[in-house]
Design a protein. Structure first.
Length: 302
């Protein structure tokens, strides 16, 4: 396996986003719309039954759990459709001229189930890291929930190091399992979490660099958009609020602006999918030694 060319991967991913934006929009707008609608109706259901859930109505809470799971499943499947289509496009099976797209086939189902396993595995790893950290601190005589500061004694320093290693290890494994899921699903018969883990061997720091450069701008857009929305609703008085009051008022502001917020996050979903899935596909071609990956954005035009 070859090393991921970080600079070239990032450059090609951004070039793909800007030069193929029409195709990306054609592939992604309908799945993103379904995801946004699922999220909107989930939040709407919660808002309409907020009082009943606060009163402990078991039936309403179970119904809300069911609606939430359905909404999450729709979002994951929509992301799977987008991941497969964008990856196929970058790997050479081009989809130029797409106006609307939504496929339900074996490859999309494989991507969907792999994503479910990935989410479950990631949650299990993080829970394991929490357990390891808790045990380490308790052995050192510092219960995690005590609220007391950690002193610079040898047992407590060792416990802190163990906790850090546990969480860093969990994050590294999560990254390795997930980075190459879409391209291995599309290009290989037995692709998925295990194959992604294999391909990232020796490429962990490079994969982290690629994900950071491709993903952080969209996180900043989301946080910035949320801040602007809350600031416009609460005004300068938000800076004088207590934390509890701010959380309550911010939640009310988000509910009042739910539709435009879902539209905004839908656009971010489309752009981030094009960039991140495209970048993963580019990195995959480089990792397996396909030297033609630098031409994927411009191929079939000559």
């Amino acid at each position: 396996m070859h090393k991921i060319p970080v600079g070239q991967t990032i450059t090609t991913a951004y070039r793909f986003l800007f030069t193929e934006i029409g195709t990306i929009l054609g592939i992604c707008w309908f799945p993103a719309l379904l995801s946004s609608l699922a999220s909107y109706f989930t939040y709407l259901y919660a808002a309409l039954h907020q009082a009943d859930m606060a009163d402990g109505d078991v039936q309403i809470r179970l119904s809300y759990l069911f609606v939430t799971l359905i909404g999450l499943a729709v979002t994951i499947f929509a992301a799977s459709v987008m991941a497969v289509a964008i990856t196929r496009h970058v790997l050479g099976r081009r989809a130029t001229g797409v106006v609307a797209y939504f496929a339900i086939g074996p490859m999309e189902w494989r991507m969907f189930t792999a994503t479910i396993r990935y989410i479950a595995g990631s949650a299990a790893l993080l829970i394991l890291a929490v357990i390891v950290a808790d045990v380490a601190f308790r052995i050192a005589g510092v219960p995690v929930d005590s609220g007391s500061p950690i002193r610079a004694t040898a047992p407590e320093i060792i416990a802190a190091l163990i906790a850090w290693f546990a969480f860093i290890g969990a994050v590294v494994v999560i990254l390795r399992m997930g980075f190459f899921i879409p391209p291995t699903i599309v290009a290989e018969n037995h692709g998925g979490l295990r194959r992604s883990f294999e391909l990232t061997g020796g490429n962990v720091l490079r994969a982290i660099a690629v994900i950071a450069v491709l993903g952080i701008p969209f996180l900043m857009l989301l946080f910035g958009g949320e801040f602007v929305l809350i600031r416009s609703a609460l005004g300068p008085a938000m800076y004088a609020m207590t934390p509890a009051e701010f959380v309550q008022r911010a939640g009310e502001a988000m509910q009042d602006k739910l539709l435009p917020w879902e539209a905004f996050t839908g656009v971010i979903f489309v752009l981030a999918s094009g960039l991140i899935y495209g970048g993963a596909a580019v990195a995959y071609r480089a990792t397996i030694g396909d030297d033609s990956f630098t031409l994927t954005v411009r191929a079939d035009r000559t």
